[in-house]
Each structure stands twice: as structure tokens, then as C-alpha cells.
Ligand binder design. Sequence first.
Ligand SMILES: [Zn+2]
Length: 319
Amino acid sequence: MFGYETRDGLAMEETFHGRSSYFQQQISLAKDFVLKSEKPTGAPVNCPVCASLLSESLFEKWGLCYFLCEECWTTFAPVVAQEVKDFEKNSLLTELRRSEEYQQSSTQTRHSSWISLLKWVEHRLFRYSLRKGDWRVLIRGLRYEGLLKLIRKNPLISLTDIKGSIVAPDCYSENGYDAIFYLDTLQRRAHPLSYLQQANVFLNPGGFLFLTTRIGTGFDLLTLKGSSENIFPYEHIFLPSVKSLSLLLGKAGFKVLEASTPGMFDMAHIYKQRDALEAGNLFARFLTTEYNERMFSDFQKFLQKHGLSSTVKIVAKKL
Ligand SMILES: [Zn+2]
């Protein structure tokens, strides 16, 4: 087993070892939807973070083109925004994810990572707000009933509202929250800046944003690129670097208090998909032929420590 639980606990990403039996089914449903969907045509597109027009074509997946900004290392896929909304709200994939069986399976495979996530939130809220509870929280775009139940049972959180979830109706007010959770939602937003600016509107002055998301500068994505089975439209269309995400949060009115990359599965993904490595990628090919569990684990720890893994956890404060 590769990867380690960090001091801050597990990341939200797919638990590789206990990966849901629904994974391939989800990929298949996503592919069917995206192949039939309308794609943007024509004019070159600005980077959604720095607005640069200098980007290189990185890969194409299911007819959708992904670009890498040469200025800020953001990976992004220009999309027809309505298609992304339909994918999120009305697709067969969403129907599957709403099902009782899927929700039960997710609770089984993710429960321990949710506990770790909530500990991380509790510690940080206390550290930065110096309040021992009575926190009012808004969650955006949550997919898991089990996680919602856990948050609502937390004795330190006095109010849990929700917006844009596939498992619970909207229930929120226009402002007045101490914290807002964006858990793996930014990666599927067509307009990431305005999405982050909305977080600012909902928060009290000095309120906190807790954000987890995939990033484009993870070792597995930059190595596997379009062959990565873990990155696919419209689930992942905005994949910033840690630096470009900090820049975007600044534009949205936030100050980043801390950022870490606790991703655990870059090396596991590369080893599992070693047959898909490009012929010219000699280092990665050599690495996988020289497979050694300890060496791979050390490599993964290095990636985590230096911000090179595939997920990021951020605490940011409303300015
Ligand atoms: Zn850029």
C-alpha cells in the first residue's frame, strides 16, 4: 500500500485501496455524457486564473481539450457551461450517485477520511477563530449524505446549511456564516473565480473557507496526462497549481492561511497505469520497472511535503 496518512489526516480523493466498486461505472457514464455534449469551438481561451493567452494543448479527453497555462501552470478545459450544469444535476451519473446503494457504499469507503477531514476543520477553526464552538457553516455542492450527517452531528457546529448538493435541498441564507466548505467542488467549475467570490459573499467578516480540490501540478497528472483515469470531464475541468490557486483566492478576496498537498496516490496511480506511460517518458518508465515499495512510499512523502501531490487542502480567511 502506498501513501501515508499525514498529520492532518487523509485527503478527500478516492481511496485507492478501497476504491468504490462504482468507479468504472462512473467513468463509463461520464464518458457517454461528455462524448454527446456540445464542446466550445473557435477562439483561443484565456487562462481562468491569470488571463494569459499563452497556453499549450496538454491533452484531449472524450473530445474535450485540456490546456496548460504557460504563465501560472493552471490546467483547464474550456467548456460550454450549460453542459457542465446538466452533467452535475441531470445526468445518469448523478442519478447513480444519488442512489441509496451508492451512498451506502461511499459511507463505508470514506467514513474514516471524513472523520479526519472534520478533525482538520475543528482544529483550524479553533486555531484561527479562538472560539470553541457555535460555528455556523455553509456547505457547497456536497455529494455524500453520510458526510452531511457527520457534520450535522458535530457538537461544535451549531448550524449546517447547504447549497447546490445532489443529496439535500438548498437551505441557506444570504450571509452570516463563520465558515464555508468547498469540498472537491472547485475542480468542476466552469467559472472558478466567480464561484470563489460567492464564498466571500456568504461569510461573516473574517470568516473561513475550507477548500479541498485536485490540482494540475500533481506528479501523477503531469506524468500520465490524458491517460490518467482519475482525471476526466466534466468532473475535472479546472486544475490549478497551488500557487495559481492562491492567486485566484486573493482575487476573490481571501488570504490563504495554509495550504498542504496530502495526496497519497500519485505513485500508486503511475504504477497501476505504467503501461499507459508515453514512450519518451523514460524516467517514469524506469521508475516503474524498478518498483520498490519503500522507495515509492518515500517518493510519495516527498511529493506531499513539497506541494507536488495531486490534491490540495486550503484554509483561507475572508479579507
Ligand atoms: Zn495562467
